[in-house]
Design a protein around this ligand. Structure first.
Ligand SMILES: [Zn+2]
Length: 263
């Protein structure tokens, strides 16, 4: 448990450092221009957007030690216990990361295809601009439901808690990276996108055209969308409209209550 505590401490320091670095970089070297968007036209609207995203991030940061970590720890300690000796150590960790990355692909896809899950996941997509803050903007309901489902996977596959924490570090780092608005050079991003999900792939997932929203689901490795036939042919362009087709972003209270409202 001591090892897990220091891993969690490392995770918090690492994620905050990556988030701050990207938030600064994307303001110095931005690709898309926030004020060029049809929906976010004034500086005030942009400041309000950031405040709203950080409000949702803070709620989720509070939920993590209360629910996400305890439920994952419980699933790992009560797991089925069938894991063979060879499925441990460094190679075991790599195998766990690949399996969990494949699981998160299908879980993300389910969040788009099942209307009940989309009610919560839509809050993430209603953001009308993308930057590192979008990576952590989720409804607490989605965070809670996904923690419960993930606990089932951990329990079933007997995944050690250390693998779960390393996976979370990778998922959050990649999410911060591929939502960010940093103008990465083409020579860096193009070859990288063959292996990992880069902003050029993930921004298309946030294009305010439903066919593109329902594509490019991968989180860490970009290969899943090719393997499972969900890669969009659309290429990201500088000021592409971001959000959900025929929907608009809401206030913080509006976003928190939206999944429970009758539509
Ligand atoms: Zn999505």
């Amino acid at each position: 448990m001591e090892q897990i505590d220091s891993l969690l401490e490392y995770k918090a320091i690492w994620i905050v450092s990556v988030a701050i670095t990207l938030l600064v970089l994307e303001r110095i070297f931005p690709k898309a221009r926030p004020l060029a968007g049809a929906r976010l036209r004034t500086l005030g609207q942009n400041v309000m957007r950031l405040a709203k995203n950080f409000g949702l991030v803070l709620l989720n940061a509070g939920l993590s030690p209360l629910l996400v970590i305890p439920i994952s720890a419980m699933a790992a300690t009560h797991a089925l216990g069938w894991r063979p000796e060879w499925w441990t150590g460094g190679a075991g960790l790599i195998a766990d990361l690949i399996i969990l990355d494949c699981w998160i692909y299908w879980w993300h896809r389910a969040n788009h295809e099942l209307p009940f899950l989309w009610r919560f996941h839509e809050i993430h997509h209603l953001d009308e601009f993308l930057d590192a803050s979008s990576a952590l903007r989720f409804h607490f309901g989605e965070v809670a439901i996904s923690a419960v489902v993930r606990a089932g996977v951990i329990w079933l596959l007997d995944v050690p808690l250390s693998s779960v924490v390393v996976f979370e570090i990778c998922v959050l780092t990649m999410a911060l990276f591929h939502h960010s608005n940093v103008a990465f050079p083409v020579w860096f991003e193009r070859p990288l996108s063959k292996v990992l999900v880069t902003p050029s792939i993930h921004w298309v997932h946030h294009h305010a055209i439903r066919a593109d929203t329902d594509s490019n689901y991968a989180n860490i490795m970009s290969v899943w969308d090719i393997v499972f036939g969900s890669r969009s042919a659309t290429r990201r362009w500088r000021d592409m409209p971001i959000g959900v087709e025929r929907r608009h972003d809401e206030s913080l209270i509006g976003l928190l209550t939206r999944p429970f409202r009758y539509r």
